[in-house]
Design a protein around this ligand. Structure first.
Ligand SMILES: Nc1ncnc2c1ncn2[C@@H]1O[C@H](COP(=O)(O)OP(=O)(O)O)[C@@H](O)[C@H]1O
Ligand SMILES: [Mg+2]
Length: 311
C-alpha cells in the first residue's frame, strides 16, 4: 500500500471518529440541557415545599398553643358571664325596693306603713347580702375581662405576620413576649428562670424569631415532667447576641441528635409532633445570618444555643 493510501485511510478514520465525537457531544449537551431544565423545575418545587413547610410548622406551633390559650380565655369568660348573670339578678332585686317607694301614696299610707313594706321587701331580697356581694362581683368581672384583653394582646404580638422586612428588634423583648403566650403550656411542666442581660438590638423579623423561641420552649416543656426547669439566658459578645434555652428534661441520645433538624423527624405521638419545629427554626436563624447549636445528655437535659449578629 502506498503512503498516500495509508494516509487517506487514516484520514477517513479520523473524520469518522470526529463525526462520532461531535454526535456524542451533541447528545450529551442535549441531555445536559434537559437535566438543567429538570433541575430548575425541582429547585422551584423545593422552594414552594419549603414555604409550605414553614407555614405548616407555624400552624402546628400555633395549634399547640391554641388549646392552652382557649382554656386560658375560657376560664375568665366563664366566670365573668356567670357574674354578669348574678349582677343582673341583683339589680332587678334592688329595683324592687325602688318600686315600693314609687308606689307609695302619701295620702293613703303613713310613713310607718311604707317603712314596714320596704323592710319586708328588703328581707325578701336579702338586701344586706346583695349590697356586700355586688361590688365584689363587679370587680371580679372587670378583672376577668382585663385578663382576656391581655391574653389577646399578647397573642397579637406573636400571631401577626408582618412583611418580610428586617427591623431592629430586642431579643429580650421577643423572649418575654413568647414566655407570656407559652405560660399556660409551661405552667404544668416547668419553672421558668429568665437570666436576660442588656443586649443591643439585632436586625430581624420578630414574628419569625418568636416562632423559633416558642418552638424551643414547647419542646423543652414536652421533654420535662412537672419538675422541669427552663433557663433562658441572653448575653452580648463580640458583635453577637447569644441566647441559650436550657431544660433539665429527658435529653436526646447521641444517635438521635443528628436527626433533630431533619424535616419530619419527631419522637412525639401523631397529632402532637410534626417534626417541623427545629428545621424551620434552623431556616429562620440562617436567614438572620445566625447559628443554632444543640448540646444534650440523656436524662440530664438539653441546651439550644442561638447566636445572632447585632444590627
Ligand atoms: N428540648 C428537647 N429535649 C428533648 N428532645 C428534644 C428537645 N427538642 C427537640 N427534641 C427532639 O427533637 C424532635 C424534633 O423537634 P421538632 O423539630 O421541634 O419537632 P416536634 O416538636 O414536632 O417533634 C422532637 O420530637 C424531640 O425528639
Ligand atoms: Mg417542636
Amino acid at each position: 500500500m502506498s503512503e498516500l493510501n495509508t494516509y487517506k485511510i487514516a484520514y477517513e478514520h479520523e473524520k469518522k471518529a470526529r463525526k462520532l465525537a461531535e454526535k456524542l457531544l451533541e447528545d450529551k449537551t442535549r441531555k445536559l440541557c434537559d437535566n438543567i431544565m429538570h433541575l430548575e423545575g425541582v429547585v422551584s418545587e423545593l422552594k414552594t415545599t419549603q414555604i409550605q413547610l414553614i407555614l405548616s410548622a407555624k400552624m402546628a406551633s400555633l395549634g399547640q398553643l391554641t388549646a392552652g390559650i382557649a382554656h386560658e380565655i375560657n376560664n375568665p369568660i366563664a366566670y365573668s358571664y356567670s357574674n354578669l348573670f348574678c349582677l343582673s339578678e341583683n339589680i332587678s332585686n334592688i329595683l324592687k325596693l325602688d318600686k315600693v317607694l314609687q308606689a307609695h301614696n302619701p295620702e293613703k299610707e303613713n310613713t310607718d306603713e311604707i317603712f314596714k313594706k320596704y323592710q319586708k321587701v328588703r328581707q325578701e331580697i336579702d338586701a344586706d347580702y346583695l349590697i356586700s356581694d355586688t361590688p365584689t362581683l363587679l370587680a371580679d368581672t372587670i378583672e376577668g375581662i382585663e385578663r382576656v384583653k391581655k391574653i389577646v394582646s399578647n397573642l397579637k404580638k406573636i400571631a401577626y405576620k408582618g412583611d418580610e422586612e428586617l427591623i431592629p428588634c430586642s431579643i429580650n423583648d421577643c423572649i418575654k413576649d413568647c414566655i407570656k403566650v407559652s405560660a399556660n403550656e409551661l405552667k404544668y411542666t416547668m419553672k421558668v428562670k429568665l437570666e436576660l442581660s442588656d443586649c443591643d438590638n439585632i436586625l430581624g423579623q420578630p414574628y419569625d424569631l418568636n416562632q423559633v423561641f416558642i418552638n424551643l420552649f414547647m419542646n423543652a416543656s414536652h421533654a420535662c415532667n412537672e419538675s422541669g426547669i427552663l433557663t433562658i439566658q441572653t448575653a452580648q459578645k463580640k458583635g453577637h447576641v447569644i441566647v441559650s434555652v436550657k431544660d433539665n428534661g429527658k435529653g436526646i441520645s447521641e444517635e438521635n441528635i443528628l436527626k433533630i433538624f431533619d424535616p419530619f423527624y419527631t419522637t412525639k405521638p401523631i397529632g402532637e409532633g410534626t417534626g417541623l419545629g427545629l428545621p424551620t427554626s434552623h431556616g429562620i436563624i440562617k436567614k438572620h445570618n445566625g447559628q443554632i447549636e444543640v448540646q444534650s445528655e440523656v436524662n440530664v437535659g438539653t441546651c439550644f444555643k442561638i447566636t445572632l449578629p447585632l444590627a
